[in-house]
Design a protein around this ligand. Structure first.
Ligand SMILES: Nc1ncnc2c1ncn2[C@@H]1O[C@H](COP(=O)(O)OP(=O)(O)OP(=O)(O)O)[C@@H](O)[C@H]1O
Ligand SMILES: [Mg+2]
Length: 424
């Protein structure tokens, strides 16, 4: 069990803040429960996962099937943590997500031409006034920077003086039905939604450093049926795109190529798959794999080299699609490429990506310096989204925490003030 040696203040804070990330994926639902600790880290106190049903390419298609998986994952996390949760920050994904960056301008009206929060909101609204196809909505508005009377690169314009305020905003749009189904599935599982966060943004929250965001980096979350790309630069999101492929493509290639069932293909992929032939020496290439083709009793043998010949061209093809998108938007990714999601764990994926993107590439593990508690259990790129969602839940609760009358001691108030500064 998890050791609990909290100070009185900490216990009080913990009662108020329970960070919950719920990552509803096409193949798995994952739940992470965290609590803030004294130095701003999140202690993971519970994790749970369950096989997922009722999604296609990241979109909830059958809310009722998803309910069962969500309940299972949440129950497990609650059991491990010993706490009961009421709400969660949930991922949002889907092959139809689109990202585009827009700008909007407003005149600063107030006395002394001091920019107010309302002016900032109006500028963001003005950038968001786009034509949408019927049934579509803006699912996120991510400010990139502000320009005040021609001075660009401003992050916090409120309080500055100026006549003309321009906002550059990255807008992400999607058909409304996708979000409505996520809400329905989560509510029917007995949980309220605290916030909905784009899946790659969740992965970025747990894996990227401030330097990655500043100098430019491409986060690529490769799931089961969906791969999402989010490009960061100058501290903000510069581009978002989603591709309708993922790890299941490799599994299907193995199933078709070797005439084996999908579950057997999945096992072969995980245990012996490699997408970069040059990582294997001659001896390993000739290692034999035994398979049982569908409808046959006798086994067949093949070498690891043949398996790699099936997987490698597919990995190159999929990564090339993503790399082309990075080039198309002319993104500067000096910090390189970060791969998250279950399929980034396929052997050789990072090596091949490094060649295809021609940029330094790493697997995005949830950053240990942000975390405590059950980190060994979740130290894997497939937990990056769920942990990032929990981190974002914790940070927004700290930012919104109303100290008036709630905070029991001065020490707690100082603690919050300290961390508010950090997360702003
Ligand atoms: N060790 C491994 N080796 C190879 N593939 C793996 C490994 N672990 C997980 N995968 C693959 O990762 C995929 C699942 O990844 P993940 O859990 O990130 O997806 P998801 O969130 O359920 O789906 P999506 O994001 O597409 O909705 C599966 O295709 C699985 O086969
Ligand atoms: Mg996923």
């Amino acid at each position: 069990m998890i050791e609990r040696r909290y100070s009185i203040e900490k216990t009080m804070i913990n009662r108020e803040i329970l960070a919950v990330g719920l990552d509803i994926g096409t193949s798995r639902v994952r739940c992470v429960i965290g609590e803030p600790d004294e130095d701003g880290k999140m202690n993971i106190v519970g994790i749970g996962q369950a096989e997922s049903k009722g999604l296609r390419r990241g979109i909830v298609t059958t809310a009722n099937s998803v309910v069962e998986s969500v309940k299972k994952a949440v129950d497990e996390a609650e059991r491990i943590s010993g706490v009961e949760i009421q709400m969660a920050t949930v991922n949002f994904s889907g092959e139809h997500l689109r990202g585009e960056s827009k700008s909007g301008v407003v005149a600063v009206a107030g006395a002394g031409r001091e920019i107010t929060d309302e002016d900032v909101d109006r500028a963001i609204d003005s950038a968001s006034a786009i034509q949408l196809p019927t049934g579509w909505e803006i699912v996120d508005r991510l400010p990139q920077e502000f320009i005040v009377d021609g001075q660009d690169g401003i992050i916090e314009p409120a309080g500055m003086r100026g006549a003309r305020l321009e906002a550059l905003v990255h807008l992400v749009t999607s058909p409304s039905a996708g979000r409505q189904n996520v809400v329905k599935a989560v509510n029917n599982s007995g949980l309220e939604i605290e916030n909905i966060v784009l899946e790659p943004l969740g992965a970025a929250t747990s894996t990227l450093t401030d330097e990655d965001r500043e100098y430019g980096c491409a986060l690529v979350n490769i799931g089961a049926e969906i791969t999402s790309l989010m490009i960061f630069g100058r501290g903000a999101v510069q581009h978002t795109a989603v591709f309708p492929f993922g790890g299941l493509n490799f599994t299907k290639d193995i199933a078709t190529g070797l005439r084996v069932s999908i579950p057997q293909a999945e096992r072969i992929k995980r245990d012996m798959g490699c997408v970069a032939g040059y990582l294997m020496d001659e001896e390993e290439k000739q290692e034999v794999i035994e398979i049982t083709p569908v409808g046959r009793k006798e086994t067949r043998q093949l070498t690891k080299e043949i398996l790699c010949d099936i997987l490698q061209p597919r990995a190159i093809e999929l990564l090339q699609h993503i790399a082309r998108e990075v080039s198309r938007v002319d993104a500067q990714i000096s910090s390189g490429v970060v791969l998250t999601g279950g399929s980034s764990a396929i052997r050789g994926m990072v090596d091949i990506a490094e060649q295809v993107f021609d940029a330094p590439t790493r697997v995005g593990y949830p950053r240990k310096e942000l975390l405590g508690g059950l980190i060994d259990e979740s130290e894997s790129p497939e937990w990056a989204v769920a942990i990032g969602l929990a981190l974002s839940s914790m940070r927004s609760q700290i930012l919104e925490y109303d100290m008036d009358g709630k905070s029991p001691t001065r020490k707690v108030a100082e603690w919050f003030e300290n961390f508010r500064g950090k997360f702003r």
